[in-house]
Design a protein around this ligand. Structure first.
Ligand code: PGA
Length: 253
C-alpha cells in the first residue's frame, strides 16, 4: 500500500459467462459485502453484461467498468463501443491496453494513449495495463519494457484524472504463477518513480495495481507490498467469495 492512497480491487471478467451468470455474480458480490471494505471495488463485465451486472449490484458501492473502448466518440466503426457510450451507460472505469488486447488486436502504446484520453474526456477513469512477456523478463528487459509502456500509453491529463496503472506480467496472467514479492515491489517502486517524474505533484498519488494470478491465498502478501495500491483480478474475480476474500485482504489504513 501507499500511505494516503485508497486501494482499488478490480475484477476483470474478460469474455466469460451468460447474462444470467453475470447477474448472479454481481448479486453474489452484493450479498457478500457485509461491511465496507478498506478499498474501492470495481467489476468489469463484458460490454453486453454491463447493464445486468449494474442492476444486480443495486445501491452497493461497487463501481462498474468496461474492458476496452474505441478512441473516437462516434461514427462508422462497426463492432466498436465508444467511451461516451460507456459513460452514458453508467460505467466509471475502463481497462485499456490489457496484454490480451495488445496481443489479440495488435494494440500499440499510441492507441492505448488515445483510448485513455477518450476515457478521460468522457469523465471516466482509465485503468492502463502494462507488463512484460516471459521472454522479455528472461532477457532482463522487464523494467525497460514497462517503462516504455508507461511513457507511451499515458496521456498528459492521466494523473489529474486519477488514472490507474496496472502492472500485469504477461506470463503471470491466468497461469497461477506470480513474480516474487521482491520483484513486484521493485517494479512498483520504479513505476512510482516514473509516474511521479512524469506528473510532478500528482504521480505520487497514482494508484498502481498488481495483476496476474492474484487469489485469496496470495492477496495478503501482495497487497501488503509498498506501492501496490490494489489488484486487477481475472480468474479469481469470477467467484464472488474469492473476489470478496481478496478485497478483505487489503490492509486496514
Ligand atoms: P488472472 O488475470 O488473475 O486470471 O491472472 C488477470 C488479468 O488478466 O487481469
Amino acid at each position: 500500500m501507499t500511505p494516503g492512497i485508497r486501494p482499488l480491487i478490480a475484477g476483470n471478467w474478460k469474455m466469460n459467462g451468460t447474462l444470467r451468470e453475470a447477474a448472479a455474480l454481481a448479486e453474489g458480490i452484493r450479498a457478500g459485502l457485509d461491511r465496507s471494505p478498506d478499498a474501492d471495488l470495481l467489476i468489469c463485465p463484458p460490454f453486453i453484461h454491463l447493464h445486468v451486472a449494474a442492476a444486480a449490484m443495486g445501491w452497493k458501492p461497487v463501481a462498474i467498468g468496461a474492458q476496452d473502448c474505441h478512441p473516437k466518440a462516434s461514427g462508422a466503426h462497426t463492432g466498436d463501443v465508444s467511451a461516451a457510450m460507456l459513460a452514458d451507460a453508467g460505467v466509471a472505469y475502463v481497462i485499456l491496453g490489457h496484454s490480451e488486447r495488445r496481443a489479440d488486436h495488435g494494440e500499440t502504446d499510441a492507441l492505448v494513449q488515445q483510448k485513455a484520453a477518450a476515457v478521460i474526456a468522457a469523465g471516466m477513469v482509465p485503468v492502463v495495463c502494462v507488463g512484460e512477456t516471459e521472454a522479455q523478463r528472461d532477457a532482463g528487459e522487464a523494467e525497460s519494457v514497462v517503462s516504455a509502456q508507461i511513457a507511451g500509453s499515458l496521456p498528459p491529463d492521466f494523473a489529474i484524472a486519477k488514472g490507474v496503472v496496472a502492472y500485469e506480467p504477461v506470463w503471470a496472467i491466468g497461469t497461477g504463477r506470480t513474480p516474487t514479492e521482491a520483484d513486484i515491489a521493485s517494479m512498483h517502486d520504479r513505476m512510482r518513480a516514473e509516474v511521479a517524474a512524469r506528473f510532478p505533484g500528482l504521480g505520487e498519488g497514482t494508484r498502481l495495481l498488481y495483476g496476474g494470478s492474484v487469489k485469496p491465498s496470495n492477496a495478503v502478501a501482495i497487497l501488503g507490498l509498498p506501492n501496490v495500491d490494489g489488484a486487477l483480478v481475472g480468474g479469481a474475480s469470477l467467484k464472488a467469495e474469492d473476489f470478496l476474500a481478496i478485497a478483505a485482504a487489503v490492509p486496514a489504513p
